[in-house]
Design a protein around this ligand. Structure first.
Ligand SMILES: Nc1ncnc2c1ncn2[C@@H]1O[C@H](COP(=O)(O)OP(=O)(O)OP(=O)(O)O)[C@@H](O)[C@H]1O
Length: 634
């Protein structure tokens, strides 16, 4: 109201002539209302009850003629209405086109363009229809009520004593409910839009959601919006009940009171005809007008306010990456929470050798004696607003204590009582037979899955779902199915850096992971890319460069290099190993396991960790895997 009224008042003031003409024709409609009740009263008192049926019929004919004249007046009202609502639509269209052009000139095309199209077509039409409806119901109510009040006063002023108090009380209740009802209507529209946007983006990103194992998270997020919409709908329904109460008070209570007070009114000289005339006013004129007003104002009116607010309010700036699937964005741990400070492990002295406490449980695995700190990597982006609290630099990069997880209440645990310590800067390869739980473990570490039991700490802090974890930007999971969206290569690479980073850092990431050839081939960082035209390996390189330039300290590569040839994979993995931070890789080649500081072997019975040579001696599962890898990998 605050934003819309200041613009509505001058609009109406410029159209005083149209409003006067509308008022003039509406006055004729009031005459029809007046004559409707008065004619019935006179027909009874002066005609039929007085033994003069011809006079009675005459008065009824007067009332009928008034209806015909009122119809002609209503016809003229519709003509005048066009003079009021068409300029509103034209003004809104001009405004939307102007603002879309300004956005396009300012380089904010895409999303703003789509929004402008919807505003130009659906929303301006809805505003025009809503405004027309509002003018009609308000006008009709005002002039009908005027006709009824004058009619009742003319018949017998005592009738007003019975009719006016409940009418006024009902109107006051209705007006008091308008504001909260508008707010609830706005809540409902907002939640409806949020749900539609979420489902739209989930459908568009379905392949990636499935590829990243983010189904549960996507379902949770949509479920929360559905719950919010249900709450909004219930709140709206409660206010609709208040509106019905107001209608009952203003429209139906006067009828009941009139009947109940009939003896009292008759004692004050009110005739049977006057009582019938009053009833005609209430049931034939006031009640329908009230009903239309309350329904019209309560729904169309509040919707009109919301639409006008959007059409005349400021443009929404396009959200970075808004065309992409939010669930996938969360999977890749978008860095919305802020960029990371220079890595603690890069500047800290080498961590003290972790005491090997031996197996603590079935899956007890501790950090290696002297995991090496990373050599300084590319310059990290400066801290941004919203950067989560610095984690405990002395804490292990990743710590699992008795961690257990199964996919269902009765299912066999995939991860069972696993203990693991990974020191800052360590490079850990996770290996194991197919289906043993490697991706599940990464899903737990990324916060996409919730453990059934046990503790999971990253940098000493508990892990939560990415969308509820201010530290989520400190970890990045790159799944096997690389997420690449249509847009510039630069947009794709900066997907996890909403605050942006210098071009030199992007170029360093591109060189480090071996994407430089692809960038040159495509025509530079600002070239637009068609995801479907890239090979699977090229898409993986894009995802790797994106993770490399991101502020994440803990990078999880879940077979993220499986489409690269061994040399390209080696280059990418070395780049991540040299980058500040901790690296966890699901290895599917011997070379990948050998490059790691330590290897974690999952075999379903126990978890074992150690250097490649140690494991060849200690772990039969590892020996088997190496035996299978040997012929192809080297
Ligand atoms: N969403 C799920 N619901 C139920 N069971 C699942 C789900 N995802 C995985 N599993 C099961 O959990 C077990 C571990 O799967 P996971 O994908 O973690 O293994 P993996 O070691 O990564 O396999 P691979 O090497 O073949 O990718 C498998 O038995 C798998 O069928």
């Amino acid at each position: 109201m605050r934003r819309t009224l200041p613009q509505a008042v001058p609009f109406l003031a410029r159209r005083r002539g149209v409003l006067l003409r509308l008022g003039g024709w509406s006055l004729l409609e009031s005459a029809q209302t007046f004559l409707g009740g008065y004619g019935v009263a006179a027909a009874l008192d002066r005609g039929f009850l007085a033994g003069q049926p011809v006079v009675g019929l005459g008065w009824l004919a007067v009332a009928a003629a008034a209806v015909v004249a009122g119809g002609a007046a209503t016809h003229r009202v519709f003509h005048r209405l066009a003079d009021l609502v068409e300029p509103l639509r034209d003004g809104l269209v001009r405004r939307v086109v102007g603002s879309a052009l300004s956005s396009a000139v300012a380089g904010r095309g895409g999303r703003t363009g789509h929004a402008a199209l919807s505003r130009l077509t659906h929303q301006t039409e809805a505003a025009r229809d809503g405004f027309a409806g509002l003018v009609m119901v308000t006008r009709s109510f005002v002039f009908t009520t005027a006709g009824v009040v004058v009619g009742l006063a003319t018949l017998a002023p005592a009738l007003l004593l019975v009719v006016l108090p409940p009418l006024a009380a009902g109107l006051v209740l209705f007006i008091a409910a308008l504001r909260p009802m508008a707010a609830r209507q706005q809540d409902f529209l907002r939640t409806d839009e949020e749900l539609a946007a979420r489902i739209g983006s989930d459908v568009a990103g379905l392949r990636d959601i499935v590829a990243c194992g983010a189904e549960a998270r996507a379902a949770d997020a949509a479920g929360e919006l559905i719950d919010a919409q249900t709450r909004a709908a219930r709140a709206l329904a409660r206010w609709a009940a208040v509106r019905t109460l107001a209608l009952g008070l203003a429209g139906q209570a006067p009828v009941v009171l009139l009947l109940a007070a009939a003896p009292w009114l008759q004692a004050r000289g009110v005739t049977a005809g006057e009582l019938l005339g009053a009833l005609t006013y209430l049931t034939q004129a006031l009640l329908p007008a009230l009903n239309t007003l309350m329904t019209g104002l309560g729904t169309a009116g509040t919707r009109l306010l919301v639409i006008l607010d959007r059409l005349t309010g400021p443009d929404e700036p396009p959200a970075p990456g808004s065309s992409t699937a939010p669930a996938v964005r969360a999977v890749e741990q978008d860095a919305a929470a802020g960029a990371v400070e220079p890595d603690a492990a890069a500047s800290a002295p080498a961590p003290a050798p972790a005491p090997d406490s031996g197996p603590r449980s079935r899956g007890a695995v501790t950090a290696p004696a002297g995991a090496r700190p990373r050599t300084p990597g590319p310059r990290q982006p400066a801290p941004q607003q919203g950067t989560p609290a610095e984690p405990d630099a002395a804490a292990p990069s990743l710590e699992l204590r008795s961690l257990s997880f199964s996919y269902g209440p009765g299912a066999t645990p995939v991860i069972d009582c696993l203990d693991l310590l990974v020191e800052p800067g360590e490079h850990l390869a996770v290996v194991g037979p197919s289906g043993i739980g490697k991706s599940t473990l990464f899903g737990l570490v990324a916060g996409l899955l919730e453990p059934d039991r046990g503790t999971l700490l990253i940098g000493g802090a508990p892990v939560h779902r990415p969308d509820r974890d201010p530290s989520a930007a400190r970890r990045a999971l790159i799944p096997q199915e690389a997420y690449v969206f249509g847009g510039s290569l630069r947009d794709n690479l900066l997907y996890l850096c909403p605050g942006g980073v210098p071009t030199s850092d992007v170029e360093a990431a591109v060189r480090a992971v071996g994407l430089d050839g692809v960038v040159r081939g495509l025509g530079g960082l600002d070239a637009r890319i068609d995801p479907a035209a890239l090979s699977q390996g090229e898409r993986q390189l894009v995802a790797l460069a994106r993770a490399y330039v991101a502020p994440a300290r803990l990078v999880l590569l879940d077979e993220a290099t499986c489409h690269l040839d061994p040399a390209a994979e080696a280059r990418a993995e070395r780049a991540f190993a040299d980058r500040p931070g901790t690296l966890l890789v699901i290895a599917h080649r011997l070379s990948s396991a050998r490059r790691a500081d330590r290897v974690l072997v999952l075999d379903g019975v126990s978890a074992t960790a150690g250097r490649h040579e140690e494991l060849l001696e200690r772990s039969p599962t590892y020996r088997d895997l190496v035996g299978q890898w040997h012929p192809q990998a080297g």
